[in-house]
Design a protein around this ligand. Structure first.
Ligand code: THU
Length: 173
């Protein structure tokens, strides 16, 4: 079926800008380097026999506690889970009331040539956004790029413009 394009002028046009910073590894603070290194160590323990794509995440809480996670795959593919959610769910399960400051994420594969920064999947963005909203404080996201670069987002909201949120869902009917 061919649909005619809408040919009237929109009442209003909006644009959304997102911000991120790019650092060279040497420019990172020691705590950022440490967190990135821990995400790389976690990535090396990923269980990814089906995709051969290993992802690691390391989360820094405001009290200094660090949680790591990696992707966990399953022969029944949809039963697996991404690294970011493995880490952030464990974090929330054990420290539900300590704020999350930073999450560092990296990916690697011995079989696939990765020459781009790993941007988290939509489900992980939505999950991270939930905890950012809950704690009412931005969570920084660090992504390991290529050529020793690290990309920093100052909040998950920058990774998920127009995020789904519905406070009404919490109300008891
Ligand atoms: N994966 C992650 O762990 N995080 C992401 O943000 C994207 C994808 C995992 C899921 C699966 O085990 C593999 O990477 C290939 O999609």
């Amino acid at each position: 079926m061919y649909l005619e394009p809408i040919n009237f002028v929109a009442m209003k046009e909006n644009q959304i800008q997102i911000h991120y910073n790019i650092y060279k590894w040497e420019e990172l603070s020691e705590s950022y380097k440490n967190l990135m290194d821990l995400s790389i160590a976690a990535q090396q323990n990923a269980y990814a026999p089906y995709s051969n794509f290993q992802v690691g995440a390391a989360i820094l809480l405001e009290d200094g506690t660090i949680f790591t996670g990696n992707n966990q795959e399953n022969a029944a593919y949809p039963s697996g889970l991404c690294a970011e959610r493995v880490a952030i769910f464990a974090c929330s399960a054990q420290h539900p009331n300590i704020k999350i400051k930073v999450i560092a994420i990296c990916a690697n594969s011995e079989k696939i040539d990765i020459n781009t920064v790993l941007a988290p999947c939509g489900s992980c963005r939505q999950s991270m956004y939930e905890y950012e909203s809950k704690q009412n404080t931005p969570i920084k996201v660090l992504l390991k790029g290529v050529d020793n670069e690290v990309v920093e987002f100052l909040s998950v909201a920058d990774l998920l413009p127009l995020a789904f949120q519905c406070d009404g869902l919490k109300k008891v009917r």
